[in-house]
Ligand binder design. Structure first.
Ligand code: F2R
Ligand code: MG
Ligand code: MG
Length: 349
């Protein structure tokens, strides 16, 4: 489809859920042979194997809250979103949440709470979380707001409800920007896509809070920009091993060690790769490759899935995968509603 087509919205939201559901199998594994990934993905096609339904984790649980809040309020409403996070956690606490964020979600359910951003600020002795929990649920901001300034502003605020460290919330901004650009068809020109992201993140990481956090945590002056430069370098190499990707970009639970990695997965899989079946299209390649990196596989595949899904559209996603994943059909329906909201807002509504 053309820029911001319904197919791209559906692809983004559905592939994010698939990445989370199929990635859960390998989350935390140090090494994941591609053979095991392909076996896992093949089992989704084989009804006789009775894979059953793969459940979604915190990544999708929180993204669903973001979606419902944006659709109900038709804008960003921090009180409403915070309430939904807290309610969702208390209804289903066993979705594999990060060990720190649980404290925030419990505090958010208190009726006495006056500032919904305060619990996040109290995390990690006042430093705030740099985990990827803000980024893993950032895609819906790009699907609701057509204006890039809104995408940046609201992805940041939405993440700050749980992640007050700039290395956490700027990961969410980067992820939302990647989905925003992909929706416009920007992945047709991969070099320009990465340059655009670097230019935007130069500005985002230029603020004082970000510079301060980077200095305290002994990271590069603009950590996400530095990682995006590494992504560009890896893209230019004729051959890249999984080990090199992990050592240059990471595969961990920090936003800095997973959002640029997810972006790399999408870019690397725009073309067929020797290690992946020829029968796979780009979306299937992206998900499979994300899982083969090991580490935080559900979250990296979820974020890569959202960016890739916005590029390839819903038609690229195997029906058998959709049928196996909890929440995928809901995501498809919600994508249609977000598409309507996006186009209403783009007409000034
Ligand atoms: N939690 C997991 N996976 C662990 C295994 C779960 C297992 N399947 C189960 O069911 O038990 N996955 C999910 O967590 C990630 C998102 O985490 P989020 O929301 O960012 O949480 P949190 O707690 O804020 O941060 C995660 C960890 O990062 C470290 N950390 C963060 N900020 C820190 C700081 N300022 N100083 C020191 N450490 C910091 C801590 O270890 C946090 O616990 C996703 O992968 C999602 O899938
Ligand atoms: Mg998870
Ligand atoms: Mg994870």
């Amino acid at each position: 489809g053309g820029p911001a087509s319904l197919s791209r919205f559906r692809g983004a939201l559905v592939a994010a859920v698939l990445g989370d559901c199929v990635g859960g199998e390998f989350e935390g594994a140090e090494e994941v042979p591609m053979e095991s990934v392909l076996q896992h993905l093949n089992s989704l096609d084989d009804e006789t194997k009775g894979t059953g339904i793969l459940e979604y984790s915190d990544d999708t649980a929180m993204a669903r809250c973001v979606v419902q809040s944006l659709l109900t309020r038709a804008t960003f409403d921090e009180q409403d979103m915070a309430r939904r996070f807290a309610k969702e956690y208390s209804a289903s606490p066993g979705r594999g949440y990060g060990s720190g964020v649980i404290q925030v979600l419990k505090k958010l359910s208190s009726p006495q709470l006056s500032d919904v951003y305060q619990p996040a600020r109290d995390q990690f002795n006042g430093r705030g979380s740099f985990g990827n929990g803000g980024a893993m649920r950032a895609a819906p901001f790009a699907l609701a707001f057509p204006d890039m300034a809104d995408v940046k502003r609201y992805a940041r605020l939405g993440a700050m409800l749980t992640h007050s460290c700039s290395l956490g919330y700027n990961g969410a901004v980067l992820q939302a920007l990647a989905v925003h650009l992909s929706l416009q068809g920007a992945l047709d020109l991969p070099q320009q896509f990465i340059s655009r992201l670097i230019t935007e993140m130069e500005e985002v990481e230029g603020d004082e809070a970000a510079r301060n956090d980077a200095r305290i945590l002994k990271e590069a002056e603009k950590p996400f920009c530095e990682r995006l430069h590494r992504v560009r370098e890896l893209m230019d190499r004729s051959k890249v091993s999984v080990e090199e990707v992990i050592s240059e970009l990471g595969n961990g639970i920090a936003a800095l060690h997973s959002v640029p990695t997810a972006i790399f997965c999408v870019l690397h899989c725009l073309q067929p790769r020797e290690c992946l079946p020829e029968s796979y299209g780009g979306l299937e390649r992206t998900i499979a490759y994300s899982l083969a990196l090991g580490g935080d596989t559900d979250t990296i595949a979820c974020m890569a899935g959202a960016i890739a899904g916005a590029h390839y559209g819903i038609e690229a996603i195997p029906q058998s995968w959709i049928k196996c994943c909890e929440g995928a059909e809901d995501a498809d329906m919600n994508a249609e509603r977000l598409h309507m909201l996006y186009h209403q807002l783009s007409q000034g509504g």
